[in-house]
Structure formats: C-alpha cells, structure tokens
Design a protein around this ligand. Structure first.
Ligand code: PAF
Length: 279
C-alpha cells in the first residue's frame, strides 16, 4: 500500500527502515500534476530500485513573482491515485513551511550552467531548483534520483550539484515522453487553448529538423536562425531562444566531434514551452 508522509522525520524513518532491509532506494522529485512523463520516471525507478519514493511539492522558490506559482496545476488526489496505480511505495508531500522552516536562508547556486539559456530568461529559477533538489536528496538520501530529459538543463544542473557537493547519489536521466504528434508532455500544456495546442507540436518538428541538419554538418548559427524563423512563422511569439549547444556543458557547440543538443524555449500566448533533442 502507498504510504504518504508530510514531514522530513517521517520520510527519514521510512527510508531508514528500507535501508535496514537492504533495499536500494529511488527518488522521483515532482511538482505534481502528474502525466505519463512523470510516470515513466516512476516506472524506471521501480525497475531499477527496490523502493520508490515520489515527492509532490510545488516549490515556490523556483517561481519568480511574475510567474505562475498561484495557478500552477495542483491535483493531489489524482496524483496519489496515479502513483499508487504505478506501484510506488511512498509519497513525500510536504507543506512549504516544512521544506522552508522559519528563517530559512541557504540557497544553492550551481554557477554558469544555471545562468545561461533558461537561467538567462528565468533569473533565480535554477537557484530555486538546486536548493529544493539538494534538500530532497539530503532528506531522502536515495541511491538513484530520476529526472526527465525534457528539462535537459535542469538534469545537468542537478548532476552538477550532486557532483560538486559530493552527494552520494546517481542522477539518472529518462527520455522525454511525447504525445503522438510529438509535443513533449508537460504539466503546463494544460494551459494551452485548442488552437495553441494545434500549433505546439511544431516546436518538436523544428528542433528535429535543426538537429538533423547539424548532425549532417550544417552550421549551428544558421540552424538556430532558421529554426527561430520557422517557430515564429508557426505562431510562437516570442521565441526566447533556439540554441545548438555542447550536450554536456551547454556552451556554444564548437567541436563537431562532441555530442550536441538543440534546445528551445518559446511562447504560445501565455504559455512558455521548452523542449530539446539530441543532435
Ligand atoms: O522538474 C520539476 O518538476 C521540478 O523542477 C523539480 C525537479 C521537482 C524541483 O522542484
């Protein structure tokens, strides 16, 4: 049966019991409003470890004052049913006051990899993510934590903080789950109107075309410009960035022998979509 704990002491007690039984522990951090992409993380954890804990916490510290914290989709009863059906063992669903106790000051900053791309358009976002993920990793002390490649830069930020802070955890990336038309599943897709939803798959199509061309030896800058123009023509406005980057550092792609990633962020009405593909 699925257990639910809302405080760090309860989480630690459960994980301690699992460890005493010799079980490997998987952690799946989420902000709830679960979809198949999250469930793929849960299934991967269940297939890799003996015990899986899913966290549900809409982290206020990764939203700027102008962002959608208040209207971010929340559906705890539905999330719990999905997690139970998937077969996970525990949910950690703290209130904000449990995660950030009175007087909380510490912030985790990962440096440059958190300042470029998403970091440039969402100042403070990765400090918020890095702080809450560091706390979750230290609270649960899992063997493996699972993150989606849909948030590719976030995955690299989390790998960086785990390495730099010597947190003894493996950070596993799980491929993006897509709708049949290619749109990457995301909780914020719920904001899209019918007409925006019809345009949205163009983001993936344009990224795949750019990645294919880059892999075939075309110039990164020309592909970024062409992809940006195609997104604008499809109805995205503004296009925050289309960037062909080194897949590990996310710096400009200069060495054709290294793996590349094409990443983009663009708006449809009030909804900001991000996606990325390997090149
Ligand atoms: O990707 C998310 O849902 C969040 O950024 C995370 C990793 C759960 C931290 O709040």
């Amino acid at each position: 049966m699925l257990g639910i704990v809302r405080d760090v002491a309860g989480l630690r007690a459960r994980v301690r019991d699992w460890r005493q039984d010799g079980a490997a522990v998987g952690l799946v951090p989420t902000m709830g409003a679960l979809h198949e992409g999250h469930l793929a993380l849960v299934r991967r954890s269940l297939a890799t470890t003996e015990r899986t804990c899913v966290t549900l916490f809409v982290n206020p510290r990764q939203f700027s004052p102008t962002e959608d914290f208040a209207r971010y989709p929340r559906a705890e009863a539905r999330d719990l049913a999905l997690i139970e059906d998937a077969g996970a063992h525990l949910v950690f669903a703290p209130e904000a006051a449990e995660m950030y106790r009175e007087g909380h000051q510490t912030e985790v900053s990962v440096g440059r990899i958190g300042e470029i791309l998403e970091g440039e358009f969402r100042p403070g976002f990765f400090a918020g993510v890095a702080t809450v993920v560091t706390k979750l990793l230290l609270q649960a002390q899992p063997d493996i934590a699972f993150f989606g490649e849909k948030d590719y830069q976030q995955l690299l930020v989390v790998r960086r903080l785990a390495r730099d802070l010597d947190i003894p955890v493996e950070i596993a990336g799980v491929p993006t789950v897509r709708a049949p038309d290619g749109l990457a599943l995301a909780s914020r897709n719920a904001y899209l109107s019918d007409s925006e939803r019809a345009i949205a798959p163009a983001l993936y199509r344009v990224l795949v075309a750019a990645a294919t061309n880059v892999a075939a030896g075309k110039k990164a800058k020309a592909e970024e410009a062409r992809a940006t123009a195609e997104l604008k023509a499809a109805g995205f406005a503004p296009v925050d960035y289309v960037a062909v980057r080194d897949a590990e550092s996310l710096e400009e792609a200069r060495d054709p022998h290294r793996a590349h990633r094409v990443l983009a962020a663009a708006w449809l009405g009030q909804t900001r979509l991000i996606d990325n593909v390997a090149a």
